[in-house]
Design a protein around this ligand. Structure first.
Ligand code: COA
Length: 218
């Protein structure tokens, strides 16, 4: 077989695999995967409700990722050139949004849970290690003596170029600013507005300021 024919056959196989992946992903929601993104062994079979969307931009590589959405008008957006493995997107309630920006990488067994009408926003070029959880709600109520809830859900915001260390937990209202590092096994439960910090511990506190980080071992 000539080089040109071989190329045609490869293109046909590639398109077939792409369509197969799309089909296995198709739940009741609206799924848009840009050309040039590959999804292998991903599933979105548990999508219940109306107006839910999963939008994946070009150049992404997703492996064994799962999407669970129960509710209406929820959105998951994954930006260009993101790479994720065994990541779960977990949404319950209406009007939640999970947005992961371009060039972000997510290691094994991470979970993004947006609940009760909240948003998780992750900036560009972030690096999530493995076994990390982000959740915008406690999922059950804590009430004061008058029966009023005191633990409302809150958005989570991660800036651009943030490195989140392994086994970290980011709870409702967490905010981490650009160029920061979250140390391994940290529990983040409030806003860290200053850029270029290392935050560590449970609950997390700033342990170093005026830093940045690099994916390369310099
Ligand atoms: C965050 C991290 C990169 C910082 O490294 P560092 O700049 O060399 O920090 P140091 O070792 O100088 O530690 C500074 C202080 O923070 C404390 N600290 C560091 N990591 C901590 C953590 N995970 N939890 C709590 N405290 C921590 C240290 O005990 C030290 O405290 P001290 O000043 O009272 O002695 C590193 O601690 C870490 O968590 N590495 C794991 C990264 C990871 O998850 N990699 C997986 C591959 S993506």
């Amino acid at each position: 077989m000539g080089k040109r024919n071989m190329h045609k056959v490869l293109v046909i196989i590639y398109n077939f695999l792409l369509i197969t992946c799309r089909l296995s992903l198709l739940g009741k929601g609206d799924l848009r995967i840009a050309k040039g993104s590959t999804l292998s062994n991903c599933e979105a079979q548990h999508i219940y409700g109306k107006g839910n969307k999963i939008i994946i931009a070009e150049g992404c590589k997703l492996y064994r990722c799962s999407f669970l959405i129960k509710g209406n008008n929820n959105v998951v957006v994954i930006g260009k050139n993101c790479q994720m493995s065994k990541t779960s997107f977990w949404i319950k309630g209406n009007g939640n949004r999970i947005e992961i920006s371009d060039d972000t990488t997510v290691g094994n067994n991470c979970q993004f849970a947006a609940l009760e009408g909240t948003t998780i926003t992750v900036g560009k070029d972030c690096m999530f290690s493995h076994d990390i959880r982000l959740r915008t709600s406690d999922s059950h109520s804590i009430v004061d003596n008058r029966g009023r809830r005191i633990n409302y859900s809150k958005n989570i915001t991660i800036g651009n170029h943030v490195w989140v260390g392994l086994e970290s937990l980011m709870l409702k209202g967490s905010k981490v600013a650009d160029n920061s590092v979250v140390a391994a096994r940290s529990i983040v439960n409030k806003e860290f507005k200053d850029k270029g910090c290392i935050i560590a511990g449970a609950p997390a506190k700033v342990i170093k300021e005026d830093i940045n980080w690099d994916r390369k071992k310099l």
